[in-house]
Design a protein around this ligand. Sequence first.
Ligand code: PGA
Length: 249
Amino acid sequence: MFIVANWKMNGKFSDIQQFTNIVDYIKEKNTVKLVLCLPTTLLYYASIKLTQINNKNSFLGAQDSHWQESGAYTGDISAKMVYECGARYVILGHSERRKYHCESNAIIAKKVQIALNENLKTIICVGENLNEKANATEIIKSQLKEILVDISENKIKEGYITIAYEPIWAIGTGKIPLNSEIEKVFKTIKNLLKDMYGTFLTRNIKIIYGGSVNKENAQELINISDLNGLLIGGASLKIETFMPLINIV
Ligand code: PGA
């Protein structure tokens, strides 16, 4: 099971040490693969710490990377830069980026291409807002169709694509959909991917759920059929809330 921690704009250098303890703890547990998506400022330091532990099941991720390779984009960070800092994954199209940075599906599609070119594995976020809830499957289908443009078969085969279903109304609110609702969306995603890439290639694309995952609801969530992992925001920030989640998974 894949666990992606999204620290968002939180975390200090001094927080890394306790998380390296978790990495050390899961070292022998082959069932868990951990991706720590840290603020960019912490990536290089964390990568040095992680190298010392030498854990094959834990990776670093960034929370965004740019839609161009390089250039005059003051304040932005390229895919090459985050790779150089030690990230091997990147979250793209998170709803907070869409909202606060006006990211469209077209921009996210470009970011995916550049990230893949730089050998970053992409965690592509899709999800509906509360008003769109009744129409969730259609919204998600159209998001994916616009984002997954010209993806190379090789990158799919090598596991470079993960789809994170994150209903916007569930992020940071403590509310989550019923398992049956998540299963319905997952089925829609799987069917769309099968139409686009065929059954064989689709097996290499992970589908994960995110939005208010915590130690109280994780046990129930992991029963969802087709679930390959969880994307965890708030509950990944502290050892006391994150460790029980790791143990459940
Ligand atoms: P949350 O965030 O777990 O705090 O709801 C999830 C996310 O935004 O990725």
